[in-house]
Design a protein around this ligand. Structure first.
Ligand code: SF4
Ligand code: SF4
Ligand code: SF4
Ligand code: FES
Length: 944
C-alpha cells in the first residue's frame, strides 16, 4: 500500500551513464540506458497501471497489466520488464490495450471484490487504482475459491496478513528476498491455489520473519497491512526524519494524523537505508507516547525523599543554584556533565558548551566512553581521523568482508541486509567472533572462515593474520611506500614477523586453528577489495584500542583504504554516538576532535563563547565516579544516559552516584539512574524536536519535529535555559542556529547548514571548502594525518582469566528486538519477540552443571551475581557463555568487572570470568528491581 506522498515509478532506476531517447505517447523522453519502459513512461507522466511492479524491486512481469504497444514489435510486451532503446515508439493506451487490461483486472477482482469502503487501504490500493483506470467496477467471472474466507494471520504484533485481500503478486516474497534478504516467504501452489506462506505454513510470528515490514510496504493491497493503519486510519501528512535507534541512521517518513504517528515508512531516498528499515525503526516508536513518560520536572532534597513535581523554572533555577553552591564549596571541577548519544548533535554540542562555558570545566564525557572510545583513539593515531572510512553502499563493491566482534543482523539490521545481499552475490566472508552469529551459516550464506576465538584474544588473532600477510609477502609494498610512514612500517613488520605472533604460536591463546587463520589471511590479502566491519566485540576490551590499531595496520599493509569497497568501518551502536563524539563530548577534546591544549582551537571557542576554557582535560566518566567516592566530585548533569544499567560494576556506579550532592537526570522515562537523582528534567523523544543525527558513516541527517514536546520543552531548550540560569548568556531560537555555530567553529563542519541538508538530503563530513557536498570515502589519495602510521600491537592477556572458581568466560551482545538498555524498546510491542535477557551456553557446559533449557541459573563473577534463564545452543563454544543487557532485572553489569581499555577506559564488557549454577529462585537484585518498580508506580511522587 503506497505511502501518502510517494510516486512509485514502477522499477528501480538504471545506473548507466549512457542516455537513450524514445517516444512515449508522442512525447520525447530521455532516460539512462537500461531504464524500463514503465519507468520512462512514469517520468513522462504517462500512467500505466501495474500490480506486480514497484520501484524498490526488480521487475517480475507476472500480472501483465502494464502491457503496452511498441512500434515494430509483435504483441503487447510488459512495460516493466521491457527496457527502453533509442528511437523506440511506445503507446501506453489503445482500445486493444484497454480491453486486455480490463480483462486482467476483472480476473483479479473476481478473487478480490472491490469491497473497499471498510478496507484500511481504501484510496491507497493499487488494485483499486487499476480498477479505476480501466473502468472496472465488478467481475463477470465467478468469485474465486482459493483465497476468500481464509483466516487472517494476526500473530505479528505490528501487521496482519489477510489472505482474502491477497492478489498473489509476490511483491512481498521478493521484498523479503531482495530488500531484507531473509527469504521468509514463498508462494505455494499454482494458479488459483497459489498463496503466500511464511516459513512453510507458520504464522508470521513463529516463522523466520524478523518483522522488518518490507513486505508490508511492498504489498499493493491491504493483504499485508499495519495494525496501526486499521486502528488510526489513513495519515494526513508525512514528515521526513531520521530513526532514533541505531547508528545506521535510516531516513524515515513519519506518516501522521494530526499529531499521532500512524506509521513509519522508510524513505527510498534515504542514503543510508535506501527504502528499508528494521522492526525498531519501522514499528517500535510507541515508546514516545507511552504512559510511563514523565512530563513534569521534579526535585527532591535527598534521594530517599519522594519526588515533588515543580515548574520548569523552579527545577532549572534549583539546579543552577545547587551547581553554583557546590562549585563555591568544593571548587570549579567538582561538577560535570554527560552528553547523550540519543540526543541530537545540536543538543550534545550545547551540553558540552554549558559544561565548558557556563561551568568552566572540561568535565564532560559521553556514553561513547563505554563503547567506541577505542575507535576514536585507535583510528586517529593510525589514520588521522577517528571515524569510519566508508559509506554503507561501499560494501556492494567489497570482494572479501571481515566482520569482527559485530552482529549486524541484530545490531545494525539494515546494514546487515545490505551485507547479506552482497554475500549472496558472491563476496567472501570472514567472521571473527566467539559466537556463531547468524552471518556464519544460514541456508543462504556461509562464511568462508569463522575464527571462533576465546573472548579477550582479538589482538592475538589480528596479529596472527598480519603475521601471515607479512611473512608470506602478501603486503602491498607500493601502497605502503607511497602512503605510510616508512619507519613505523619497518618497525611493525619486524614486530609482526616474530614467530611469537604466528598463527601456530597464537593457536593455544585464541583457540583458533592456525590453518584457518592462514586461510583467512590469504583470502583478505587477495581481495582485491577487502573491507573490515567491526563492533563492540573489538572495542570493549582491555586491549580495545590495540585491536583497533591492529585492524588499521592490516588495512594499510594490504592497501585496503581510500577507495570504495574497502576500509575500516566501526559499526556505531546508538543513533548519534558518532555525532556526540564529533561535538566535543570528550573531556580532552573540543568539537571536531581538537585537543583542549591546542591553543588555536581553544582560542576560537574562547572568542566565540566569551570565556576562558581550561587547557587541562577534564574527568572521564570512571574518573568522575572515583572522584565522587573520594569526595571531590559532587554534581552531575546527565542528559539521556542510564549509567546504572549501562556501565560496568553497578555497585561501584550506584555508590558513586549516592555520594554526590546533586545528580540531575534529563530523560524521557524515570530510568534506573534517576533513582539516584535530586532533579529530574523531562526529556523529549526524537519525534518532538528538530536537529541532526550523525550515523556510523559520518552522515549528518535531519531530525524533524513530528509533534510538540510532550513536556513543553525540547532538550536543547532545557540546556539553554539552564545555562541562562547559571548566568551564562546562551540564546538560540532554533537548532539551525546551533548548527550554524558548530559550522563556524568546526573545520570538518564548515559547509554544513540546514539549508544544504534540506537541499542534498544528507551530508557526510568532512564538509568544507575542499568537499562542499561532503566526503563519502575518507583517506582518498592520502591519509588525513598525512602518512599512515603503523603501531606495534603486542598481545597482552587480560587480567580477567578463567580460574577453577570462575571457569567460564562471559561475553555480551544484543538482540534485534531490543535496543541498548531497553528503555525504549521495552515499552513497545517488541516485548512479544523478546521479553528477557537469557544466558546462552553450550549444552556440554550445561550438562556438566545439571542445567537444562530454561532453567534459572546464577551467574557469579568476582564482582557480583545475577540470575537469568539458560538457553542451550551450540552457537557458543564450550567454556564461553553469552548474554544481553537489555533488561534491568537481569542486572548484567552487576557481574562485569572494572577492567578497562588501557588508552580510553572503555570497560571490558566482553570478558568476565564466571561460574554458572542452577538456582531455584530469583536473586536479590531482581527482587529489588521489582520492588522499586512497584514503589515507582505507587505514591512516590507528591504534587507541589
Ligand atoms: S516483515 Fe520482513 S522478514 Fe518478515 S516476511 Fe516481511 S519482509 Fe520478510
Ligand atoms: S500479500 Fe500483498 S504483496 Fe504479497 S502476494 Fe499478496 S497482494 Fe502481493
Ligand atoms: S534501528 Fe537502525 S537499522 Fe533499524 S530502522 Fe533504525 S536506524 Fe535503521
Ligand atoms: S506490473 Fe508489469 S507485469 Fe505486473
Amino acid at each position: 500500500m503506497y505511502s501518502i506522498d510517494y510516486r512509485d515509478l514502477g522499477t528501480p532506476p538504471a545506473k548507466a551513464d549512457e542516455q537513450v531517447t524514445l517516444e512515449i505517447d508522442g512525447a520525447t523522453v530521455t532516460v539512462p540506458a537500461g531504464t524500463s519502459v514503465m519507468r520512462a513512461a512514469a517520468l513522462a507522466d504517462a500512467r500505466i497501471p501495474k500490480l506486480c511492479a514497484t520501484d524498490s524491486l526488480k521487475a517480475f512481469g507476472s500480472c501483465r497489466l502494464c502491457l503496452v504497444e511498441i512500434e515494430g514489435r509483435k504483441g503487447f510486451p510488459a512495460s516493466c520488464t521491457t527496457q527502453v532503446s533509442a528511437g523506440m515508439n511506445v503507446r501506453t493506451r489503445s482500445p486493444r490495450i484497454d480491453q486486455l487490461r480490463r480483462n486482467i483486472v476483472e480476473l483479479y477482482v473476481s478473487d478480490h471484490p472491490l469491497d473497499c469502503d471498510d478496507c484500511p487501504a481504501n484510496g491507497h490500493c493499487e488494485l483499486q487504482d487499476a480498477a479505476e483506470v480501466t473502468g472496472i467496477k465488478g467481475s463477470r467471472y465467478a468469485p474465486g475459491k482459493t483465497q476468500r474466507g481464509a483466516a487472517p494471520d494476526i500473530s505479528n504484533p505490528y501487521f496482519d496478513f489477510n489472505p482474502d485481500l491477497c492478489i498473489v503478486c509476490s511483491r512481498c516474497v521478493r521484498a523479503c528476498d531482495e530488500t531484507q534478504s531473509t527469504l521468509a516467504l514463498t508462494i505455494e501452489g499454482r494458479g488459483f491455489d497459489s498463496r503466500v506462506s511464511a516459513s512453510e505454513h507458520q504464522p508470521f510470528l513463529a516463522s523466520e520473519c524478523v518483522s522488518c515490514g518490507a513486505c508490508v510496504e511492498a504489498c499493493p493491497t491491504a493483504a499485508l497491512s499495519e495494525k496501526s493503519l486499521a486502528q488510526l486510519g489513513q495519515p494526513e501528512k508525512a514528515v521526513s526524519t531520521t530513526c532514533g535507534y541505531c547508528g545506521v541512521g535510516c531516513t524515515l517518513k513519519a506518516e501522521v494524523k494530526q499529531e499521532t504517528v500512524v506509521r513509519m515508512v522508510p524513505s527510498r531516498a534515504g542514503a543510508a537505508n535506501q527504502g528499508h528499515a528494521c522492526v525498531k525503526g519501522r514499528f517500535a516508536y510507541g515508546y514516545a507516547t507511552h504512559k510511563d513518560r514523565v512530563l513534569k520536572p521534579m526535585i527532591r532534597k535527598k534521594i530517599t525523599d519522594p519526588w515533588r513535581e515543580v515548574s520548569w523554572d523552579e527545577a532549572i533555577n534549583y539546579t543552577a543554584s545547587e551547581f553554583r553552591r557546590i562549585q563555591q564549596k568544593y571548587g570549579r571541577n567538582s561538577v560535570g556533565g554527560i552528553t547523550s548519544s540519543r540526543c541530537s548533535n545540536e543538543e550534545t554540542y550545547l551540553v558540552q558548551k554549558l559544561v565548558r562555558a557556563a561551568l568552566l570545566t572540561n568535565n564532560v564525557d559521553t556514553c561513547a566512553r563505554v563503547c567506541h572510545s577505542p575507535t576514536g583513539y585507535g583510528l586517529k593515531h593510525t589514520l588521522g581521523e577517528s571515524a569510519g572510512t566508508q559509506a554503507f553502499t561501499s560494501v556492494q563493491k567489497a570482494d572479501v568482508i571481515i566482520v569482527c566482534g559485530a552482529n549486524p543482523i541484530d545490531g545494525h539490521p539494515v546494514f546487515g541486509s545490505q551485507l547479506k545481499r552482497r554475500l549472496r552475490q558472491g563476496a567472501k566472508l570472514i567472521v571473527i567472533d566467539p559466537r556463531a552469529t547468524d552471518l556464519v551459516r544460514t541456508p543462504h550464506i556461509e562464511a568462508a572462515y569463522h575464527l571462533q576465538l576465546r573472548p579477550g584474544t582479538n589482538v592475538a588473532v589480528i596479529n596472527a593474520l598480519a603475521h601471515v600477510i607479512v611473512t608470506e609477502g602478501l603486503t602491498r609494498e607500493d601502497y605502503v611506500l607511497e602512503r605510510c610512514e616508512a619507519k613505523s612500517y619497518q618497525e611493525w613488520k619486524e614486530f609482526i614477523s616474530d614467530p611469537k605472533n604466528s598463527p601456530e604460536a597464537m593457536e593455544s591463546v585464541s583457540g583458533v586453528p592456525a590453518e584457518m587463520v592462514r586461510g583467512a589471511a590469504r583470502l583478505y590479502a587477495a581481495g582485491p577489495n577487502s573491507a573490515i566491519y567491526y563492533g563492540l566485540g573489538v572495542t570493549e576490551h582491555s586491549q580495545g584500542t590495540t585491536m583497533v590499531m591492529g585492524i588499521a595496520n592490516l588495512a594499510m599493509a594490504t592497501g585496503n583504504l581510500g577507495r570504495e569497497g574497502v576500509g575500516v568501518n566501526p559499526l556505531r551502536g546508538q543513533n548519534n554516538v558518532q555525532g556526540s563524539c564529533d561535538m566535543g563530548s570528550f573531556p580532552h577534546e573540543l568539537p571536531g576532535y581538537r585537543h583542549v591544549s591546542d591553543a588555536i582551537a581553544r582560542g576560537s571557542f574562547e572568542t566565540a563563547w566569551n570565556v576562558t576554557i581550561s587547557d587541562e582535560p577534564g574527568l572521564r566518566i570512571p574518573n568522575m565516579f572515583e572522584a565522587a567516592l573520594d569526595g571531590s566530585f559532587k554534581a552531575m548533569y546527565i542528559q539521556g544516559e542510564d549509567f546504572v544499567q549501562s556501565d560496568p560494576n553497578t555497585h561501584h556506579v550506584t555508590s558513586a552516584l549516592t555520594a554526590m550532592e546533586c545528580v540531575v537526570v534529563q530523560d524521557i522515562f524515570l530510568v534506573e539512574t534517576a533513582r539516584f537523582a535530586h532533579v529530574f528534567l523531562p526529556g523529549s523523544s526524537f519525534l518532538e524536536k528538530d536537529g541532526t543525527f550523525t550515523n556510523a558513516e559520518r552522515r549528518i541527517s535531519r531530525v524533524r519535529k513530528v509533534m510538540e514536546p510532550l513536556a513543553g520543552l525540547a532538550d536543547w531548550e532545557v540546556t539553554m535555559r539552564l545555562a541562562q540560569a547559571l548566568g551564562y548568556p546562551m540564546q538560540y531560537s532554533h537548532p539551525s542556529e546551533i548548527m550554524d555555530e558548530i559550522a563556524l567553529l568546526t573545520p570538518t563542519f564548515t559547509g554544513v547548514s540546514y539549508e544544504k541538508l534540506d537541499r542534498l538530503g544528507t551530508i557526510q563530513w568532512p564538509c568544507n571548502d575542499k568537499a562542499p557536498d561532503g566526503t563519502p570515502t575518507m583517506h582518498v589519495g592520502t591519509f588525513v594525518r598525512g602518512k599512515g602510521k603503523f603501531y606495534r600491537t603486542a598481545y597482552v592477556a587480560t587480567a580477567e582469566r578463567s580460574t577453577s572458581r570462575y571457569p567460564l568466560l562471559l561475553t555480551t551482545g544484543r538482540v534485534l528486538y531490543q535496543y541498548n538498555v531497553g528503555t525504549q524498546t521495552r515499552r513497545t510491542r517488541n516485548l512479544v519477540f523478546n521479553k528477557e535477557d537469557v544466558l546462552e551456553m553450550h549444552p556440554d557446559d550445561a550438562e556438566a552443571r545439571g542445567i537444562s533449557e530454561n532453567d534459572l541459573v546464577g551467574v557469579a563473577s568476582r564482582a557480583g551475581e545475577i540470575v537469568v534463564r539458560a538457553r542451550l545452543t551450540r552457537r557458543i563454544a564450550r567454556g564461553v557463555v553469552y548474554t544481553t543487557f537489555h533488561f534491568p532485572e537481569s542486572g548484567v553489569n552487576l557481574v562485569t568487572t572494572e577492567n578497562s581499555d588501557w588508552a580510553t577506559n572503555c570497560p571490558e564488557y566482553k570478558v568476565t570470568a564466571v561460574e554458572v549454577s542452577k538456582v531455584t529462585q530469583p536473586d536479590a537484585w531482581r527482587e529489588r528491581v521489582a520492588a522499586m518498580r512497584a514503589a515507582r508506580k505507587g505514591a512516590s511522587v507528591s504534587v507541589a
